[in-house]
Design a protein around this ligand. Structure first.
Ligand SMILES: Nc1ncnc2c1ncn2[C@@H]1O[C@H](COP(=O)(O)OP(=O)(O)OP(=O)(O)O)[C@@H](O)[C@H]1O
Ligand SMILES: [Mg+2]
Length: 237
């Protein structure tokens, strides 16, 4: 069964179509890569899916329910969580307290939230940083913290927006491992990423956006050999 259906979603900003009639489905448990040149509309689509922007047209259906018109906190309660392209931890709070903010979406008890947060701190392998102030973390660990915070909301679907952006190859490798670990937890993921090698390795399927439209969809092998996709990338460089 599809956990998420994007049905003919468009998003207009004045005269600009950031998303234009985009449709695709995500099957439960899969990793979907979402790629496309800068400005293709990837982050806008995440915003439309997770309630930060209402789509101008079309429908987002999650677990059979339409999400249109729901605010991000309601969408999160229903089991969808996203990270941000620009990570923004609560700098003056500790790592575990940052993750507790996510857990408090599920419980009012600080004690339970702390236990839930610690579990996710371990999943992302930041135990050694539990009491460290988030603002002082290097970028690779800030990205992991961001993932721990959204995992603590106990999502069924996780949307990761350039979680490897700005990382060196060793740090990216750790994030790839983490994404594959998250898959074993049964959580469905949609991953925006510019690192082609990484996206080809982790994705079961890939959707390509270009100028707001869906240019292609298929397996990683189908996508790399698609001449339209190659042209869209070469054209953007
Ligand atoms: N709030 C907004 N108001 C006006 N235009 C916007 C807004 N958000 C995005 N856009 C425009 O919509 C288009 C798509 O932007 P978006 O951020 O979704 O692209 P992207 O694929 O995520 O790009 P990148 O790879 O650079 O992150 C761009 O032309 C952008 O300038
Ligand atoms: Mg973006």
């Amino acid at each position: 069964m599809a956990i998420l259906e994007i049905r003919h979603v468009s998003k207009f900003f004045g005269g600009l179509s950031a998303n234009s009639d985009v449709s695709f489905e995500l099957e439960q448990g899969m990793i979907m890569g979402l790629i496309g040149p800068n400005g293709a509309g990837k982050t806008t689509l995440f915003n439309c899916i997770t309630g930060y922007y209402p789509p101008s047209k079309g429908e987002v259906v999650f677990n059979g329910k339409t999400m249109n018109g729901l605010q991000p906190d309601k969408v999160c309660k229903l089991g969808m969580a996203r990270t941000w392209q620009k990570v923004r931890p609560l700098a003056k709070m500790s790592v575990v307290d940052n993750v507790m903010v996510g857990a408090l979406c599920r419980t009012n008890s600080l004690k339970v939230a702390r236990e839930m947060a610690m579990e996710q701190v371990r999943v992302v392998r930041l135990e050694h940083r539990t009491d460290f102030l988030a603002g002082g973390l290097p970028i690779g660990e800030r990205k992991k913290l961001e993932v721990a915070r959204v995992l603590a909301t106990q999502p069924k679907l996780l949307l990761l927006d350039e979680v490897m952006g700005g990382l060196n190859p060793a740090e990216s490798e750790e994030i790839i491992r983490l994404i594959l670990d998250i898959r074993t937890l049964g959580i469905t993921q949609m991953v925006i990423e510019h690192d082609m090698k990484a996206i080809m390795r982790i994705s079961d399927r890939i959707v390509v956006l270009s100028s707001g439209e869906k240019l292609a969809e298929g397996s990683p092998d189908e996508i790399v050999s698609n001449p339209d996709v190659v042209a869209a990338y070469l054209g953007s460089e």
